[in-house]
Design a protein around this ligand. Structure first.
Ligand code: F0G
Length: 437
């Protein structure tokens, strides 16, 4: 292990940290988010000792134990293998995960597929996939004795962190780009009691500032640069496979912003493959908004990622300098991945389809469906392939964009599926006329 001045909890762990760039390794509980060379870090488990089986995992579905009821901690041996008694005492869980996998013909037909499953991560306790990562980040914060936690956010991370910090008795501090996060998310951060700092700048500015503040003030950083957040988010992939009876779909498709979630899914799936729980691999497709597409440009141009100034209606993925781009590309290579981009108009049209199917999700989530539609039309995804799309956040996270869409009040968006409210006087005959139309 490399000598380091960083704080380390003096405890042996069955995992260690490793640099994505130079392979340097660090103790499992060392308080650091980057290597000395500035590369990001991975949690490396000793998979040769992992005794998980499908049968053991399926038995836990019927258990009443809080760790088993959580759709993250059910997979604990592959996530944070602390002793069971320790986890029982400190796991900061709200029963996250165990969200619905919708089999939807309505959406499938409209985008050219025979079968489509949508895994709704917006059905987590705070309404987004972030809860899966946050339960692990917060548990680790407690385990190593931190008292304050912080994150930069386009909204969902802050909502999740604020809730889990409050539950865990930790001080939560969030850095958000002023005026640029959806009200559903801002209201959660305020309501759960986090100190909320609105930065005059965008998410990328907030992300740079929070890293500096956490290092100088001894605050625990719970953005997805924290490798334990990634460990928790792996469970989305685990749960999709368990939902499908451990049958591997042809594709898993999700939106990309800071690129933590696709990093997590590929890491987890490769680990399941290595321990023999699955014997084939799905392909991965990451979808970016056209105005926030640095991974798309780098991946398809075969080069390094260059930061851009991001702009998209899908505020959750309005990110121009994603922290996890290198890890993300590694996973894409391993899972024969593709990266595509979709316009705001395509995102909002896909959203109108997902919403009208009775499922509903926030704009960034629907980049998934817009991206699948594009990849099917280009023949990359075949119409008879099995596709699981991830919806990352709840419809109510961004109610303003929904109402404005249906009122046809969004500039540069063609509200062709608008369902505008019908204004009328309080006149019974007039109402009868409207209903019979
Ligand atoms: N979808 C939603 C709803 C999100 O909130 C995010 C990220 C993403 C997709 C992209 O996921 O960053 O792992 O590639 N939101 C972050 C936040 C950045 O601050 O809430 P990613």
């Amino acid at each position: 292990m490399r000598e380091s001045s960083a704080r380390t909890m003096d405890q042996h762990t069955p995992w260690h940290l490793a640099c994505v760039v130079c392979d340097a390794i660090y103790p499992g509980l060392e308080l650091r988010y980057r290597c000395e060379c500035s590369g990001t870090l991975d949690v490396i488990h000793d998979l040769s000792k992992c005794e998980l089986t499908k049968e053991k995992l399926d038995l836990r579905l019927g258990s009443k134990k809080p760790l088993d009821k959580s759709g993250v901690w059910r997979f604990r041996e592959l996530i944070l293998p602390l002793p069971e008694e320790t986890l029982e005492q400190i796991a900061a869980t709200r029963g996250e995960g165990s969200t619905h996998l919708y089999e939807t013909q309505t959406v499938a037909q409209k985008i050219g597929l025979e079968n489509l499953w949508l895994k709704h991560a917006g059905e987590n306790p705070t309404g987004s996939f972030k809860d899966r990562g946050m339960t692990v980040g917060m548990t680790l914060a407690k385990h190593i004795g931190m008292t304050s936690v912080a994150c930069a956010s386009t909204g969902n991370t802050s909502a999740s962190m604020a809730s889990y910090a409050a539950l865990s008795g930790l001080n939560g501090i969030v850095f958000i780009p002023e005026g640029k996060i959806a009200y559903g998310k801002l209201s959660q951060a305020l309501a759960y009691g986090a100190k909320t700092i609105q930065i005059e700048g965008d998410f990328d500015d907030a992300m740079a500032l929070v890293q500096e503040i956490c290092n100088s003030e001894g605050i625990y950083l719970v953005n997805s640069i924290n490798p334990f957040r990634i460990e928790g988010q792996k469970a989305i992939g685990f749960e999709i496979l368990q939902d499908l009876g451990w049958n591997v779909p042809d594709w898993i498709v999700l939106p990309g912003g800071n690129l933590g979630n696709n990093t997590a899914i590929s890491k987890g799936i490769l680990e399941l493959y290595e321990i023999g729980i699955i014997d084939t691999l799905p392909r991965l497709a990451v979808i970016q908004a056209e105005g926030a597409n640095p991974l798309f440009t780098a991946w398809n141009g075969g080069g390094e990622m260059n930061p851009i100034k991001a702009e998209t209606i899908a505020s959750a993925i309005k990110i121009g300098s994603p922290v996890s781009w290198r890890k993300s590309m590694r996973g894409l290579h391993a899972l024969k991945g593709v990266v595509t981009e979709v316009s705001d108009d395509q995102i909002m049209d896909a959203k109108a389809i997902v919403d009208a199917a009775g499922i509903g999700a926030e704009p960034a989530s629907c980049a998934t469906v817009a991206g699948i539609r594009r990849l099917v039309s280009e023949g990359v995804i075949k119409s008879d392939e099995t596709v699981v799309g991830i919806l990352t956040g709840h419809l109510l996270k961004d109610p303003k964009v929904v109402v404005n869409y249906h009122m046809n009040e969004l500039s540069n968006i063609n509200s062709k599926r608008a369902n505008a409210p019908i204004r009328t006087s309080a006149d019974i005959d007039e109402i009868r006329r409207i209903i019979r139309q």
